[in-house]
Design a protein around this ligand. Structure first.
Ligand code: HEC
Length: 157
């Protein structure tokens, strides 16, 4: 009888120790648990998140990207897309400054013909730039010119 009680006591002791270990590990886990800091909602691309400041300039769309490469290949040797004069004037804001879109088509296709026609704006800019004739681009389609202008418009001004 006494043997049985002793064994029971030992078994109970072991059980208690096991419970204690489980309890302590559990408590340690609970104490060390840190919930992840809540992830702030990321603002959508192109927006500022706070919505109080002006949105960043929109990325160039496909047409303006085409315009950018046309500009770099054909015009950048003489023109910046900003305000700086290279050989010719910086073309920032050109859509607002030039007499019309039609004028721009004609000028870019053959500026000498525009100057020769007696066009006032054309002669003024030609004289201002020491009568350096601008290269003609008869092969640029109007839609290519539209793309270049879209790219230039995206530069602001
Ligand atoms: C070889 C140099 C040269 C190249 C290349 C050139 N330009 Fe010009 N461009 C000029 C010069 C110089 C003027 C100033 C007017 C003049 O002297 O005929 C001018 C004037 C202009 C103007 C009028 C600017 C204004 O302020 O009103 C526009 C628009 C223009 N260029 C567009 C273009 C575009 C678009 C291209 C490319 C497709 C191009 N140019 C390529 C030299 C060049």
């Amino acid at each position: 009888m006494e043997e049985t009680i002793k064994r029971l006591q030992i078994a109970l002791g072991v059980l208690l120790i096991a419970l204690l270990v489980v309890f302590i590990t559990g408590a340690a886990l609970i104490i060390s648990y840190k919930p992840e800091a809540p992830v702030a909602a990321k603002p959508a691309p192109g927006t500022s998140g706070t919505e109080t400041t002006a949105p960043a300039p929109a990325a160039l769309d496909a047409v303006a990207q085409k315009g950018e490469s046309l500009f770099k290949n054909n015009c950048a040797a003489c023109h910046s897309a900003g305000d700086d004069v290279v050989v010719g004037p910086g073309l920032k804001g050109i859509s607002k400054r030039a007499p019309s879109k039609d004028w721009l088509y004609k000028w870019i296709h053959n500026s000498s013909a525009v100057v020769a026609s007696g066009d006032a704006y054309g002669n003024q800019i030609f004289n201002k730039f020491n009568k350096i004739p601008m290269q003609s681009f008869p092969d640029l389609a109007n839609e290519d010119i539209d793309a270049i202008l879209k790219y230039l418009d995206a530069q602001g001004g």
